[in-house]
Design a protein around this ligand. Structure first.
Ligand SMILES: NC(=O)c1ccc[n+]([C@@H]2O[C@H](COP(=O)([O-])OP(=O)(O)OC[C@H]3O[C@@H](n4cnc5c(N)ncnc54)[C@H](O)[C@@H]3O)[C@@H](O)[C@H]2O)c1
Length: 262
């Protein structure tokens, strides 16, 4: 059997498409024949990524649309605008990373208010996007949703990695990503009757100029590669889940972490 991963003409919305991982996803969608829509709250970064990738790939199939995934009005405006141009939304990649200004504190310093706000923004935003976009998919009688979770959605952080670093793995993150894996199964079960598939990808840590000692320690725990993930490492799983080769797969979580979590 020849793998069917081409996304010819499929309209794929990538939230957070202007960010580190999102940019790689947008590129992969366009490279595989899809129409990639960068759906991001950051207009400057979103337009820049669109222009860069369009020039690099010589592709007209990359668009930017401003959206705040935590605002129903904004999400509905985004959907109307896409439908008026393309008539369909074939796929949604929930990949944005909203957080408030206090995000990233150590457990004992996280206030109840900050905890709730960050869960609302991130998990709530993924819920809202899924609910609104799936209304369109139900009418179309087809669609695919991919939620970007994390290894920290199913395993505990290894806090010794963060010793001496200026950052930690926030408690909200584990709560959000754990719940997102449950939400993925719930939505897969609920929406399956409409031929809508819902899956998750759980990346390991992605290399992004972290301090050398952190990168070294992290890399030493991977089974293949002996390195942190690069964004390109994640795109194969995404294209697979968006394409027809995965048509009988739903409610699943593909872990892409070089074996870090096994
Ligand atoms: N970077 C990693 O190591 C890593 C590892 C595992 C999982 N992840 C997950 O991958 C996803 C992307 O992470 P990243 O590292 O690329 O993040 P990033 O910060 O580089 O990019 C996130 C993007 O989301 C956008 N965004 C923020 N709030 C938004 C909102 N309310 N509405 C719309 N867009 C909004 C930002 O403008 C930004 O472009 C997240 O879900 C993250 O949890 C990241």
């Amino acid at each position: 059997m020849k793998l069917q991963s081409e996304l010819d003409g499929k309209v794929v919305v990538v939230t957070g498409g202007a960010g580190l991982i999102g940019k790689g996803f947008v590129r992969a969608v366009a490279e595989n024949g899809g129409i990639a829509i960068i759906a991001d709250v950051d207009e400057t970064a979103g337009s820049k990524v669109r222009d860069e990738l369009a020039a690099d790939l010589g592709s007209v199939n990359i668009e930017f649309i401003k959206v705040d995934i935590t605002s129903k009005k904004s999400v509905r405006g985004m959907i109307d605008s896409i439908i008026s141009r393309h008539k369909v939304i074939d796929a949604l990649v929930n990949n944005a990373y909203p957080r408030n200004e206090n995000y990233g504190r150590k457990f004992e310093d996280v206030t109840y208010e900050d905890f709730c706000e960050n869960v609302n923004l991130h998990l709530g935003g993924y819920f809202l996007m899924s609910q609104e976009v799936s209304r369109v998919m139900v009418k179309q009688k087809q669609g695919t949703i991919v939620n970007i979770a994390s290894i920290y959605g199913f395993m505990a952080p290894r806090f010794e990695l963060y010793e001496g670093a200026s950052f930690t793995s926030p408690v909200e993150y584990s709560a959000i990503k754990g719940a997102l894996l449950s939400l993925t199964k719930y939505l897969a079960s609920y929406l399956g009757q409409h031929d809508i598939r819902v899956n998750a990808i759980s990346p390991g840590g992605v290399h992004n100029n972290q301090p050398e000692s952190f990168v070294k320690q992290y890399a030493s725990k991977t089974i293949v590669g002996n390195r942190m993930a690069e964004t390109d490492d994640l795109t194969g799983a995404l294209v697979f889940l968006l394409g027809d080769s995965s048509r009988y797969i739903t409610g699943q979580n593909i872990v892409v972490d070089g074996g870090w979590s096994i």
